[in-house]
Design a protein around this ligand. Sequence first.
Ligand code: 5GP
Ligand code: MG
Length: 210
Amino acid sequence: MASPLPPRASLSPAPHVRLSRATVPAGHRRDIAHVLIPEKRIQRRVDELAAAVSADYRGKELVMVALLNGTVAFLADLMRRMEFPLTLDLMGVSSYRSGTSSGELTYTKRLKLDVRGRHVLVIDDILDTGKTLTAVTQELNSLGAATLRTCVLLDKPTSRPTGGFEADYVGFVVPHLFVVGYGLDYAEKYRNLPFVGVLKREVYAPDAAK
Ligand code: 5GP
Ligand code: MG
C-alpha cells in the first residue's frame, strides 16, 4: 500500500494574467494577435511548479500521467526539473472539438502502466469546463490509484460554475479567451510557439473579418 502524501507544499497562488505588451515574434505575426504569457514568464512559473511538486513527491513512487497532445511542451519542461526518479505514462484524450468549443470525450490512447496503489499526478495543459479532468480522474480512481492530484499550466475558471473542478497545482489563471502556443493548438497548429498567445480573429472566423 502506498504511503499517504504530505499536505501540498507551498506554491504561490497562480497569477491572473492579462494580455502582455510583449511584441509578437516576427515569424508568428501573421496569425497571432497578442502574447498572453511570454516565454520567460512561463519558464519561471514552471520552476515554481516543479519545486512544489518535487517537495511533495520526492522519495515517493510518482506516476505522472500526461494528457496528449496539449501537454507536450509543458510536460517536457516540468519533468526535466524534477530531480528524482519518476514514472511517466501518456493518455490520449480528445474532445472532438471542431474549432474552439468543447465536445464529446474519447480516449485515443489508453494507459500502459498499472496505476493500482500508486501516487498519480495528472498533467494537463488547460482546465476549462473541467469535463476532461473530471472524466480522467474518475477513470484513474476506478483503476485504483492510491492518491490522485492534478497539475495544469493554465486555468480558465470563468468556464466553470462555483464548486466545479479545481486543479491542485495551477500555473496561471487566464481570461476567457481561446489561447494557443506552448503545446496548445488551434486545428493542430501553433503548438510550437514558445509563448502562450491569442489568435487573430480572422484565423478562426475568416468570414467575420471581411
Ligand atoms: P475542458 O474539458 O476542461 O473543458 O477542456 C480541457 C481541454 O480543452 C484542454 O485540455 C484543451 O485541450 C482544450 N482547451 C480548453 N480551452 C482551450 C483554449 O483556450 N485553447 C486551446 N488550444 N485548447 C483549449
Ligand atoms: Mg487537452
